[in-house]
Structure formats: C-alpha cells, structure tokens
Write a protein that binds this ligand. Structure first.
Ligand code: BGC
Length: 434
C-alpha cells in the first residue's frame, strides 16, 4: 500500500525524471499511526513493546516508537513535558502511578470509559490497578503489567557453590556477605543512580516496617513516621550495606547490574522484576543461572509499580486507534505474552497461573492478596507525585552518598522537606492515595 507521503515523494521523483507519475494504490488509506513515547530501551523491554506493536499492527495501526533511554523514565518524563509545551504531545505515552492524575488533572488525557466498560475492567482488573487507571471516575490509562520492586535476584551457581541460600532477611544477608566477598564476588550489586538507591532504601523500609510504615512515609509523608525507630534501622542498614557493594558505587544503568549478577561478578541484586525479563532475554534460566526471591524481609509484601499507557486527547483525530491499543493491552492473551517477556505479571484477576514461572506466580499471588500486603513504590511514582518523589529521592541519595551524614541528619532534612511539601500542596497526597 502506498502511503500519502510515499506517493508525494514518488510523484516528485517521477516528475523530475520525466517519467509517468506514480498512481496511488486503490486502497491507499494511510494506515493509522500512533506515536508511543516510553522508556523501554533494554532488549527485553523492546521485545515486550514489540508484542504490543505487533498486535496493534494486526488491527491496522502502526506503532511509531519514541523510546527515551533512562531507567525509571527520568529522561522520558522531561521529553514529554517539553513536547507538550511545544504543542507536540505524542498520541500515546507511558505515564505511570500518581503522574497519571497530574496529567489528567490538567485535562490532557483521553477518557475511554467505553473501552473499560466493554472489557469489564471493573470486574477483571485487580482493584488497585483499576483505581490507578482512573481519574475522577473516568478511565484514563490502559494497564499493562504489575512489577514487583521487592525482588532479590541472585547468581544461583555461585550461592550453591558456597552452600548458601538466598537470604530471607537482612541479618542473614550480613552473615553470608563476608563469604561471598572472600570468594571474589561483590555481595550486593548497586548503582548510585538516585532512583536505584531509592529502590534499595524503600525495600529496607518495607523490611523494617511493612507496608504501613512505607505508606506513612512515602504516601502520607508523615512527620510522626520520621521519628519511628524502624526508619532509623532502615537508614543504618542502607549505610552498612555499602560495605558489601563495589568499593566505589557508580551511577550505572540497571542493565549493567543485571549482567554483573549474571556473570557472577556480583552475587545479588535488589531490583524490580524487569531484571527477570532481561535475564531471560539474554538466555539465562530461572533456577539455572539465576534465581529470584522476595527481597530480604519482605516475603509477604508486594512493593509494586504498575505500567500503564495513557493517550493524549489533542484534537481527537486518533481516538479510534488509541482505543484499539487500550483494548488490546488488557486482552488475556496479550497480558500473558507481554508480561512473560517484560518480567511483570498480569493486571487481571483471572490470569492463568499455570503459564507463569515461579517468580511470576509468587509475585501475582502476593499482589492479589490486596492492599494490606501492597506498598506503592516511591521510586516508580506509585506513592506520590513527581515533585514530591524527586525531592524525597534526592534526600535519600544525598544520605547514601555522604558517609558522614547520620540517620538523625536524614530524619531532620526529610522533616523539613515534608513540612515544605505540606505547605505547597496541603493534604493532597493523602487525599489522592489514602
Ligand atoms: C517501569 C518499567 C521499566 C523500569 C526500568 C519502571 O519505572 O515501570 O517498565 O522496565 O522502570 O526502566
């Protein structure tokens, strides 16, 4: 089929060459194209995006990729803001967590309640996921998968060679770390990128205080929670864990850390389970080269990040195609295929567990237990809006880098931040994420 732009190009070339001009094919309806802005740039992430793109192509819609590198979407967020300001919003964007409400709040997102009603989203989605994709009672995002941020990846042959089991808590980790170090491996792979430091820290808070303390701190930003002894323990743990990381913790992409563990240079890594997607994509085998377990001390909890696609309404010329994509995203077969590649689990309550690997089954089962076991990830925008997340993450990062900073310093500075945020936005965070 000849697209309009190809036709123009062909006609111009023919004209210049003195040839008979091209004739557009009879069926030359230009295929509908959706530009999709996202931050899936690793091999497995791209493969997962391709699952969606191929299904969309079957429906006559072209997925035009606009992938912006940068783990956790920091680059993508900036590009999105500048494109919207320039009047060039993409038709589809990976916007997740509380950011959905921010963009919907200024009236830029397409509402597609009709798709949700037809697909019975209220009945088939996990209640947490269904709440996430709505704004003021309207559906504004299509859910793709649930990632578990409290996942421990480990090099299985290395642990087995030393007769070690994955640690069930941080005390067990501390007990086995010297042996790993003596065997020449970095016990814990870690990057100094702020979001990756925050990932580890929120895991430590969850281990100490469960979802309740995690929510008090990162959703409600409660000053009372800052005084909690368990927060002090988490801050101390973050400091002492540095002894078991590389001598200089550098800012490295998460994919580098995955490879460190895969090669046995590092023994373990706490990371969202997109790392599983990446390990599988590079040929590693669960319970062969690597294993996954809940992060130490968090076995019954689920620290989640839900991936979602939102649609910019703009002039409403792409509504049909955008709705097709939203519909496709939630279809059982697409859910199964996409999540198997991405490392996340289905957003559906009726997912087929027999098709999942052991890590996915464990994640899905923990998540579906409901809100009491769930903690919304700070690093991945599930707990609070972008600005609040950024300042809290920056403070955790500062504390991590500065070995002279004490837990009391961090508590004080976070207290000042929480007060300032309260002045800025009233009780907004508590109201939108009770
Ligand atoms: C997203 C994942 C992505 C990860 C690493 C998270 O915020 O939810 O889909 O794989 O960041 O970039």
């Amino acid at each position: 089929m000849l697209r309009l732009v190809d036709f123009k190009r062909c006609a111009l070339a023919a004209l210049l060459a003195g040839l008979i001009p091209c004739v557009p094919a009879q069926t030359a309806t230009p295929p509908e194209t959706l530009q999709v802005l996202h931050w899936w740039t690793s091999a497995s992430e791209r493969k997962a995006a391709n699952v969606l793109a191929s299904r969309l192509a079957e429906e006559g819609v072209t997925w035009q990729d606009a992938a912006i590198p940068g783990g956790a979407g920091l680059g993508a967020g900036k590009v999105l803001r500048s494109r919207v300001l320039a009047g060039q919003a993409p038709e589809v964007t990976q916007i997740i967590g509380e950011s959905i409400k921010e963009w919907a709040g200024i009236g830029l997102l397409l509402e597609f309640d009709n798709v949700a009603v037809a697909g019975r989203w209220a009945q088939v989605l996990s209640p947490t996921v269904y709440a996430l994709v709505q704004h003021r009672g309207h559906v504004v995002a299509a859910p793709l998968g649930v990632h578990r941020i409290n996942t421990l990846f480990y090099n299985r042959p290395l642990l087995e060679r030393l007769g070690l089991k994955p640690p069930a808590n941080w005390a067990e980790f501390a007990a086995m770390a010297p042996r790993l170090k003596a065997a020449g491996a970095v016990p814990l792979a870690q990057s100094a990128e702020p979001w990756q430091v925050a990932t580890l820290f929120e895991n430590l808070v969850l281990a100490e205080g469960g979802p309740a303390l995690h929510r008090e701190l990162f959703v409600r930003q409660s000053e009372a929670a800052l005084a909690d002894k368990r927060l002090v323990l988490a801050l101390q743990r973050l400091r002492t864990l540095k002894a078991w990381m590389s001598p200089t913790v550098q800012e490295r992409p998460w994919t580098d850390l995955v490879r460190q563990v895969q090669r046995g240079e590092a023994a373990m890594l706490v990371m969202g389970d997109w790392a599983k997607g990446e390990l599988l994509e590079s040929g590693a085998v669960i319970d062969g080269g690597f294993g996954c377990a809940p992060a130490p001390g968090t076995a019954s909890y689920h620290l989640y990040s839900v991936d979602t696609l939102t649609m910019f309404a703009s002039d409403y010329t792409h509504t049909d195609a955008q709705q097709k994509l939203a519909r496709i995203a939630v279809q059982p077969a697409v859910q199964a295929e996409y999540n198997a590649v991405k490392g996340s689990v289905s957003v559906r309550r009726d997912a087929d567990l027999s098709k999942m690997d052991a890590c996915a089954r464990d994640s899905w089962t923990a998540f579906m237990q409901g809100a009491a076991q769930q903690a919304p990830s700070l690093a991945h925008r599930m707990a609070t809006d972008e600005t609040r997340k950024d300042v809290i993450v920056a403070e955790i990062h500062r504390y991590f880098l500065d070995d002279k900073a004490t837990p009391a310093d961090a508590q004080q500075r976070l207290g000042a931040i929480f007060r300032a945020l309260r002045l800025r936005g009233g009780q907004k965070a508590a109201a939108i994420n009770p």
